[in-house]
Design a protein around this ligand. Structure first.
Ligand code: ACO
Length: 334
């Protein structure tokens, strides 16, 4: 059995900044509510004509990750792309990355696990390297969410949270002590409708949207039972982290940096308190980018690395919880 390690990290966010005050143009909200309930101060939104989509932002992040890994697109054996906002209903965005980057006709897989998407994608890539099937894999999390949210007061519980952006890592076969030590993945589908976009889907096909368009039909917008999701998140995050640590006889004190999915600053602060971790052991950047779903962990991981907060040999733990419900963690010796 081989081991895998991260050798390149990259991130990309659109230039356009949307502050909390900017949102008051669309809906009845205010800076104080958003900061107090979520910690978010601003987010990035793609703008018409700037060319940013989940696929193209993923490519921009991937190019940086490849350069830092000192590899070219031709060195990549496989692509795993996590998103809830693909450019097309089908095919997935991984194939667009294969084309836009100029990779050989390698396999490309899309992961549809929303906020847990990157944790699942990294775990998936790790398995392909462990078995020896592939050597270099590009793992991307990318989201264009701003075009799909209800910007009216009706949708404000969700609309203020989401941001756009992408993060990417290059995973390769490890020949030293750096490795993805383990992955811990979970789901509980009975709560699928507590955080969902119901349409388009089999029972709600795009045809219905065109032929029977009803402006009051909310099934094409994200729905979130915020309090319910919050309560589950604050239980599942610590569970996933502790499950991973216990597998290696480690404790929260051993973590050099925790990279939680940036869902809500209050959730991350709750997890930090519960696990009795210091401020320097946890990465928070939701203040600047909002919740970028599958992109949030690779963006935060890259930013922590760029800030010098991750060094070789560090114990880095990722954890996510979100729609599905799905949740999980990756335990990484960097
Ligand atoms: N601005 C002003 N007021 C608002 C806004 C807003 N943007 N949104 C809601 N309110 C109002 C509500 O209408 C409500 O008013 P009322 O008391 O008069 O009825 C009041 O604020 C409180 O609303 P709650 O929904 O109870 O607010 P809460 O404290 O739960 O915060 C939030 C909402 C931020 C969404 C929180 O529940 C949360 O973060 N939940 C978890 C999010 C999460 O982890 N998601 C998973 C990842 S996302 C994914 O997987 C795709």
């Amino acid at each position: 059995m081989y081991k895998s390690k991260i050798i390149g990290l990259g991130k990309y966010v659109p230039d356009h900044i949307v502050t909390n005050d900017d949102l008051t143009k669309y809906m009845d909200t205010n800076d104080q509510w958003i900061r107090e309930r979520t910690g978010i101060e601003e987010r990035r939104w793609a703008q018409p004509g700037d060319g940013n989509t989940s696929a193209t932002m993923g490519v921009k992040a991937a190019k940086i990750a490849l350069e830092r890994a000192k590899l070219t697109p031709k060195d990549i054996d496989f692509i795993v792309f996590a998103t809830l906002s693909p450019d097309y209903y089908f095919p997935g965005s991984g194939v667009q990355v294969q084309e836009l980057l100029g990779c050989d006709t390698i396999g490309a897989l899309d992961v549809r696990n929303q906020c847990s998407g990157f944790v699942y994608a990294l775990a998936t890539a790790d398995q392909f390297i462990k078995t020896g099937m592939y050597k270099n894999i590009l793992v991307i999390g990318s989201e264009l969410q701003s075009t799909g949210i209800d910007l009216s007061t009706r949708g404000r519980g969700v609309g203020v949270i989401f941001g756009d952006g992408a993060g990417a890592v290059v995973l390769t076969r490890s020949d030293d002590d750096s490795e993805i030590m383990s992955n811990h993945l979970h789901s509980e589908g009975k709560h699928a409708k507590e955080l969902t976009v119901l349409a388009p889907g089999g029972p709600n096909p795009p045809k219905k949207l065109v032929e029977d368009w009803d402006p009051e039909d909310l099934s094409y917008y994200p729905y979130m039972n915020g309090n319910f999701v919050f309560k589950h998140a604050v239980t599942r995050f610590p569970e996933a982290i502790m499950e991973g640590l216990k597998a290696h006889n480690l404790t929260p004190a051993d973590i050099d940096i925790l990279i939680p999915h940036q869902a809500n600053l209050r959730i991350s602060q709750f997890v930090q308190r519960k696990l009795k971790m210091r401020d320097d052991q946890i990465m928070n950047n939701i203040q600047k980018y909002g919740n970028t779903t599958a992109a949030s962990i690779p963006i935060a991981l890259t930013e922590a690395w760029e800030q010098g907060r991750i060094k070789k040999g560090d114990l880095v733990v990722t954890a996510a919880f979100g729609s599905g419900f799905t949740w999980g963690s990756n335990i990484i010796r960097f």
